[in-house]
Write a protein that binds this ligand. Structure first.
Ligand code: DX5
Ligand code: ZN
Length: 243
């Protein structure tokens, strides 16, 4: 796993929806890798959020990868709609999916990147059979359903176990973490092996502005002695990026 290149995936769940286009554009200027879109149906998780029309609108304002985190009971039924709207990748949950392999192959056949998410109480070993088919694994560091929840620290050893499994079975597969990622927790996850960090509140919910929040989060991460994409370089670029 290349620990020197940690990527940020801001979750728009914490964005100001009245200014979503501008906030996403600011995140893009801040140099994030992708936009994380949380889809909830009120069944799989006790909350509802957005659907494909929002992805369609986002597609018009950003060229960043649109990563769709499907927290819905029947992801298969909605894939075509989300692909048509301009989605680039899908993350589906291990929990509640009796035909996960079929779902993963279906996403592959749509020529989209595919990831599988596991909840905090789910053991890493469930990934073993499906991992060779994946582009990414998402370890939930909160229970899915809401933004702005406190990070669950007991997930850290699991991130490490998933990282080891990736090294063994699918080197190059991304290891993403989602939930409660901020300046206090980001480094812990990177040290455990995460190389993609989802952050909602810490980026779109920050009171310093989106771009400055991205800089702040990056600045908090040092990966195995390697300063994430060079902390100083980001400070120098800050004026330029965040103006
Ligand atoms: C939770 C979602 C997360 C959420 C993260 O179910 O999957 O992506 O938006 O939000 P924060 O960063 O505020 O924990
Ligand atoms: Zn998410």
């Amino acid at each position: 796993m290349d620990k020197g290149s940690v990527k940020l995936a801001p979750s728009i769940l914490a964005a100001d929806f009245a200014h979503l286009g501008e906030q996403v554009a600011e995140a893009e200027r801040g140099g994030v890798d992708r936009i994380h879109v949380d889809i909830m149906d009120g069944h799989f998780v006790p909350n509802i959020t957005m659907g494909a029309p929002l992805v369609q609108s986002l597609r018009k304002v950003t060229s960043l990868r649109l990563e769709i985190h499907m927290m819905i009971t029947d992801p298969d039924s909605f894939l075509d709609e989300f692909v048509k709207a301009g989605s680039d990748s899908f993350i589906v949950h291990w929990e509640g999916n009796n035909n996960l392999h079929r779902t993963v192959q279906r996403i592959r056949s749509l020529r989209k990147q595919v990831g599988v998410a596991i909840n905090p109480a789910t053991n890493a070993f469930v990934l073993e059979e499906i991992l060779p088919d994946l582009d990414q694994v998402l370890v939930m560091t909160v229970n899915p359903g809401f933004g702005h929840q406190p990070f669950i620290y007991t997930t850290v050893p699991k991130i490490k176990r998933v990282g080891q499994m990736i090294e063994r079975l699918k080197p190059g597969c991304e290891l993403e973490v989602d939930g409660g990622i901020d300046e206090a927790t980001a480094q812990l996850t990177v040290d455990a092996g995460a190389n993609v960090l989802v952050a909602g509140s810490a980026i779109f919910g920050a009171n310093v502005g989106v771009c400055a929040a991205i800089q702040r989060l990056r600045g908090s991460i040092i990966s195995n002695g390697l300063i994430l994409r060079d902390r100083q370089q980001f400070h120098v670029k800050k004026e330029q990026l965040c103006s």
